[in-house]
Design a protein around this ligand. Sequence first.
Ligand SMILES: Cc1cc2nc3c(=O)[nH]c(=O)nc-3n(C[C@H](O)[C@H](O)[C@H](O)COP(=O)(O)O)c2cc1C
Length: 226
Amino acid sequence: MKILWCITGAGQFMEESCRQMIKVSETSRVTVVFSEAGYEVTRMYGLLEEVEKRFTDIVLEKKQGASAPLVGRLSKREYDKVVVSPCTANTVAKIVHGIADSLVTNVVAQAGKCNVPVYVYPTDSKKMQKTRLPVTIDAIKCRKCRPCPSLENCPTGALYVSDGVRVDLTECRGCGMCVTSCKYGAVELGKEIAIECRDLDVKNAEALKGIPGIKVLIDLSEIEVK
Ligand SMILES: Cc1cc2nc3c(=O)[nH]c(=O)nc-3n(C[C@H](O)[C@H](O)[C@H](O)COP(=O)(O)O)c2cc1C
């Protein structure tokens, strides 16, 4: 079984998606496709290093340019299925409205033309959802230590001072060094929060179910491991 696994920029379901993709790769050949946001968000949650270590065939939106030549592989029937997990509300909206102006939406559109089944695990599919945040700094718990050990120990220089200590997530690799460096528990990675999704996004996720060739996943274990 050959699978084209697309990762878009969602924190929700990101860890589960990467874990399931690794599990599936034990019995199937997996090519990983990252949207630009997907690559950044995977890094923020500290998962990118492991994905890059385990997978050799990784396709980046940044390197594909605007025309997404990767999709030619679908025309050549190189893959048995496409998985989009996690799938952001942004990518869901584009798929539902027939837009193909990004790498992942091009993959989905081409899969539809080539009769390759697409499995989508959308975020924002229910009104109330739980999700986890990347690195956050609690301004109340922060004792404003100078020097700040979390900032000093950050290997990528992602922490900086501006009205308290802040994190530049575009520089963060989610290594957690800042978390263990703060003895006051002011820095957290993976803090759980509740979010209220927009009705529009919930509606789009529902509309996905009506698109021929697309199966909306309720649970990631529906991606067979064989
Ligand atoms: C840390 C972080 C987490 C995010 N989580 C989500 C999410 O769970 N669902 C979502 O729809 N967008 C989420 N976003 C926003 C998307 O990354 C953004 O809309 C992006 O443009 C999506 O592009 P893509 O669909 O091409 O990957 C998140 C952004 C960040 C920085």
